[in-house]
Write a protein that binds this ligand. Structure first.
Ligand SMILES: O=C(O)CCC(=O)C(=O)O
Length: 306
């Protein structure tokens, strides 16, 4: 059976990125304390226990998936902003976007009797269209111990470059076994799936995922975390949720006001802060335009077309 590399939580980002690029997945051991895990469990429990199981074999008929975690769970907000994970997003995603974003937040509870989920790639959320680019970084924080028997995530290390139609063989699959408080980090390209729970205890995994800012988010964050809730969040989290321009021309809106009653083109954070937004941070941000012009190497053409 292959193994997943497992690291101390203070391991340098470059070491972790090298493992992530090679294997597509790794474990950060005991990255948060048992007390933090207990508090998370207590905060999430009412929502999780009220969540109905999935309706098909992929979402899992003995699995619950609870979302809107930015809005509902202050403790989850801190994990979304964990600097060790954001450093990995910087390394893996930032080279292919001006800004990365929260793609989804979901507590996945795998209950006794749940069969193994089909092995898949998370990047398939966008279909087969993205080629040669890593769109996604995933985390699943262990809120309970992850054991092979209770549904620890199945992973196929080294499968990031496989063709989409290659089937993982049993000897190529391993399980992300880890004590609670640990986190599995994996890319959108590695083959993996939820494990079978043949035990009599539940497995709770907090799935927080990030994606390139120019892609559609899996969980619609503007509906799961609408402006009236987002207004109270830390500005860096607001931006990660999506209340920020993703590039020079991505994400603006026009407040639907009567003629002349307000500004015409504004960035999404205008919905949170209104006129308090600095003029130079609005649609048309020169720094973002220059960044794109430099990357495409055709500044004149970019200036003329935007
Ligand atoms: O819960 C897990 O261990 C993995 C779940 C998963 O891969 C999915 O639902 O797409």
């Amino acid at each position: 059976m292959p193994t997943l590399q497992s690291f101390a939580p203070d391991t340098a980002p470059d070491t972790l990125l090298a493992a992530l690029r090679q294997d597509g997945a790794l474990i950060l051991r005991e990255a948060i304390t048992p007390a933090q895990v207990d508090a998370l469990h207590t905060e999430l429990r009412p929502y999780v226990e009220a969540t109905a199981a999935g309706r098909d074999s992929f979402t899992g008929t003995k699995t619950t998936r609870t979302g809107a975690l930015v809005a509902r769970s202050p403790l989850t907000r801190a994990l979304i902003m964990d600097p060790r994970i954001l450093a990995l997003c910087d390394g893996l995603l930032k080279p292919n976007c001006e800004r990365y974003q929260l793609h989804l937040g979901q507590l996945i509870r795998i209950m006794p009797g749940q069969e193994a989920q089909a092995i898949h790639r998370d990047r398939w959320a966008w279909g087969p269209y993205l080629k040669g680019i890593e769109p996604q970084l995933n985390t699943i924080w262990a809120v309970t111990d992850f054991r092979r028997e209770n549904g620890a995530t199945q992973v196929v290390p080294g499968s990031v470059d496989w063709p989409d139609d290659r089937q993982a063989q049993p000897h190529e699959i391993t399980w992300a076994e880890m004590p609670r408080g640990s986190v599995i980090v994996y890319t959108g390209s590695v083959f993996h799936g939820g494990g079978a729970n043949v035990s009599d205890t539940e497995r709770w995994g907090l799935n927080l995922t990030y994606s390139l800012g120019w892609l559609r988010q899996e969980e619609n964050q503007y509906l799961s975390c609408p402006p009236e809730i987002a207004r109270g969040l830390d500005p860096a989290l607001q931006a990660l949720v999506g209340y920020a321009m993703a590039s020079y021309a991505l994400g603006y809106y026009s407040p639907p006001l009567p003629p002349g009653a307000g500004p015409e083109l504004v960035p999404p954070d205008y919905a949170l802060r209104g006129e308090a937004i600095a003029q130079d941070a609005r649609f048309g941000d020169g720094a973002m335009l220059r960044a794109i012009a430099e990357k495409v190497g055709a500044s004149g053409a970019v200036h003329n077309n935007l």
